[in-house]
Write a protein that binds this ligand. Structure first.
Ligand SMILES: C[S@@+](CC[C@H](N)C(=O)[O-])C[C@H]1O[C@@H](n2cnc3c(N)ncnc32)[C@H](O)[C@@H]1O
Length: 293
């Protein structure tokens, strides 16, 4: 075991709905620490395989240690390159694909990755540490208008304009270098009140911008069309309304094409017990679709 863990969300529901063929080949587009992959592998036969992708090379290393199973084949690639990964693995198509969007607990807990306003670290937030754009560059170089746009669109932050102006005023004094420095600037506009930290939405928005997350999410439907075999299923776990809306409408379009049907008409959410034992699951929504032609 790597020592880091990530509790897979809606694991039983995903395993029950996704695995329709125990000898099959499945794609885990967001491998993380391998939590879901490990559970899916328990259901697969010796012939079954999982192709696991992650942009984060450290996640891949830890997933391999955690899962420790030859049936897991990994690639340090974005899921937007799923077809390329399948080609490299010599696979024509898959019986199912999972996309568990966002970041893992390990990334949040590792202060040096700069994802958390609770831990002092560099303003980084890159899933792929070889990428150039970091949160520091976004915060220190984007115009006030551009920052406001990101905070509104990706964070649904009502005080986006005031926070963007506060950031621009602060960076005129000195560059904003750390997660906690940014959180303090947000707190000058939105004082702490209640359980949710005022910087929550700003950090979510920044992470989405740095990693181009919504462009990737917009690609999910096209990937499913390309890689799923007939009868294969695609499952997507979303964590905020913007990405969930994208998946909801993309799935609707896939169904209108006549090639897909929804497996669950109503979105699946974690039950009270799961939310109580894993607060990160509170905003999760699961949608599953099947390719019928
Ligand atoms: C929520 S975690 C997945 C956790 C995993 N299901 C588990 O149970 O351990 C999401 C993971 O997706 C990765 N990720 C985010 N965007 C990605 C992309 N476009 N392609 C590949 N991996 C991505 C992140 O680096 C992170 O490790």
């Amino acid at each position: 075991m790597s020592g880091f863990t990530h509790i897979p969300i809606l694991a039983k529901e995903i395993s029950d709905l996704l695995i329709t063929y125990t000898d099959g080949i499945y794609l885990d587009g967001t491998l993380g620490l391998g939590g879901h992959s490990g559970i899916l592998l328990e259901k697969l036969s010796e012939k079954g395989r999982i192709i696991g992708l992650d942009k984060d090379i450290n996640a891949i290393t830890m997933a391999k240690e955690n899962v420790n199973d030859k049936r897991l084949i990994t690639f340090n690639l974005s899921y937007t390159c799923s077809d390329e990964a399948l080609k490299q693995a010599g696979v024509q198509g898959v019986n199912g694909a999972l996309f568990d969007l966002g970041l893992s607990s390990y990334q949040l807990d590792d202060a040096s990755r700069g994802f958390s306003f609770l831990r002092q670290g560099p303003l980084d937030m890159r899933f792929d540490t070889a990428q150039k754009l970091s949160a520091k560059e976004v915060i220190n170089t984007y115009s006030a208008d551009k920052l406001e746009n990101i905070f509104t669109l990706y964070g649904e932050e009502r005080n986006a304009s005031k926070i963007a102006l506060a950031i621009c005023a602060a960076r005129r004094q000195a560059p904003i270098e750390t997660t906690t420095a940014l959180a303090k600037i947000v707190e000058t506009v939105l004082p702490r009140f209640g359980k949710i930290h005022p910087a929550t939405k700003i950090f979510q928005a920044l992470r989405i911008e740095v990693n181009g997350e919504l462009d990737c999410v917009k690609g999910v439907a096209g990937i499913l069309k390309k890689i799923l075999l007939k009868g294969g299923r695609g499952a997507v776990l979303t964590f905020h309304s913007t990405e969930d809306r994208i998946i909801k409408f993309a799935f609707k379009e896939l169904c209108q094409s006549g090639d897909f049907v929804l497996v669950n008409k109503k979105v699946i959410e974690p039950c009270f017990e799961e939310i109580k034992s894993n607060s990160r699951s509170r905003s999760a929504k699961l949608r599953v679709i099947e390719k019928i032609k």
